[in-house]
Write a new protein. Sequence first.
Length: 313
Amino acid sequence: MYTNASSAVLLTLETLGLSDAYIYPAFVFGTLTYLFIMFFNLLVLTTIAWSKKLHKPMFILLFNLPISDMVGATAFFPQLVFSIATQNRLISHPVCITQAFLIHVYGTGNLLILSAMAYDRYIAICCPLRYNAIMSPHNLVRIIIIIWFINFSLIVTLISLLARFKICRTSIVDLYCNNPSLLKLACEDTRVNNYYGLFSIVLLQGGVLSTIMYTYAQILRTCVKTNQSDAWQKAIRTCGSHLVVYLILEINTLVTLIAHRIESVSPFVRRALGVSVLVFPPILDPIIYGLKTTELRQSIKMFLKRNVASSKL
C-alpha cells in the first residue's frame, strides 16, 4: 500500500545489533566521538579565524572543510546516539530526508573543497610568480561560492527527485538515511533518479579525480624539472596531508556508492563502508592538517596557550 511521502510516516533504520551489555559503552563511545569531532574541527575553524597569518587562500579554503565535516557528523551522530540510548530505530520520513540531504551535502562538499585545495597547491608550486594574481581575494571568494553552489545544486536536485515519490516500504537498508536506501522504498519507476545518480557520480567523482590527477602530475613534473631537494620537501609538506585526506574520502565514498549498485555485495560490508565515510574523515581531517601543516600547528599551539593564559587571569 502506498504512503504519501509528505506525511510523517515512520521508517525503520537497520538494527544496530547491540546486546544489552554493549548499549552503555556504545552510547559513551558515540557521544565522545561526536564531541571529539566537533571540538577539533571547531578548534581548526577558530584558529584560522583568529590567526591573521593564516588568512591565506590555502587556509581560507581549508576553513570550509571543518564546516562540511561538522555538517556530516551532526547529521549522523546525534540520531545514532539517541537510537542507542532509546533502543528505538524509528525515524520519520521528513527527518530521514533531512538527514540524507545533509549527509550528501557533506560528502559532495568535501570532494569539491579538496579539489579546490589541490588547485591552490598546483598554482602555489607550479606558478608561484602568478599565485597572488590567480588566487586573489576576489577569485578566492568566487571559488568558494562556486563550490557551495555546485554542492547545493546537485544535492537539492537529487533530494527533490527523491521526495516526489510515494513509498510502499518502510525499512531502510542502511544504518542512516541516504539517497540509495530511500530510493529502495519507492515502488514507482526510479529510472530518472538512477540516471541522475550516475550522472552525478561521473560528473563529481570524474571531475574531482581528474583535477587531483592533473594538479599532482603537474606538481610532480615541476619538482622533477627543478631537481631541487627543497622543492620536493615543499611539495611533500604542502601536498602530502591533502592527498591522504582525499584518498581516505574518495576510496570510501566510491566503494560505498558502487556497493549500493551491486546486489552481490555483503550488506554488512556496505554498511561498514557507509559508516566509515561519516566517521573517519571528520576525525582525521583536523588531526592530519593540524599535525602536518606547520603554520596551522603552530597557530593552534599559540591559540591554546593564549586561551589557557587568559583563563588564569
